[in-house]
Write a protein that binds this ligand. Sequence first.
Ligand code: FDP
Length: 291
Amino acid sequence: MNDLSDILSIIKLSCKKISNIIQNSNPLKLSKLSNEYNLSGDNAKKLDLMANIILTTNLSKCKHIKTIGSEEEPELINTDFKTAPYMICFDPLDGSSNIDVNITTGTIFAVYKYGEDNNIVNGNNIVMAGYCLYGGSTQLIVATDVVNIYQLDTDFKIIIENWTIPNKGTFYSINESNKHIWLDNRNNKFINKLITQKYSARWVGSLVADGHRTLIKGGFFSYPSNDNNIDGKIRLLYEAYPFAYIFKVAGGFSLHEKENISLLDINYPVDCHQKTPIILSSKYEFTIFTN
Ligand code: FDP
């Protein structure tokens, strides 16, 4: 086994555990606020913290990993393996507002390879990224040089190899209740244009679910900056970079609305919890948005 398949095995084991907890517990109890707060600034639910403990405990034993970053940890954690080649960052439980109502949540991760000078420059240092969906079934989407989709039976088994995103979709996914406070005025015009082309709206409110729909069916997903979230809401290291990587490998696109470049080219942040506006898209919608 090579380094990445070792890391992937640990992710599979951890996601299977998290999936079992979700399948076998009362969602109202799992969604209770913990007394602790995560230092990325959000209230942490019980399930968020359980998922974090499972992932950090398992991954900190992996000899290939030098550093761990999690939404639920204040700072990056150094493992015992000081000369290991990789950093892993994850959101242990994305979509917390959907836990109590038994709607899809997920785990998002990215594995970064340190450069020669022991640096990570941006999202292009990613060598593997993915997410696990805890939904109608539990699926794991993994991007290396191709995107593969696994489904959990007794273990994760590949159900689709080499997934590519369709060129065009029929849905756009954006929280339109923020339309009066969006900072990029392209959004309103763009959505009106899609509506005239018979597009419909979808918003689950879990990045994993809305991003997954866009990856499978094509279309447009965005969480733009707004008056209340000037830097956007999605975290760069463990949400935006991984999704940007997955979309790129699948033949799709990502964009930072202010810089007008791929999210992967945005500089590695000083703060490991830095937020960013995010756009993920198939080709047709991306071409309209950027022209
Ligand atoms: P959540 O706070 O529930 O974890 O990452 C943050 C996130 O969910 C995304 O998964 C989701 O796309 C977004 O926030 C939803 O935000 P709104 O509630 O503002 O729509």
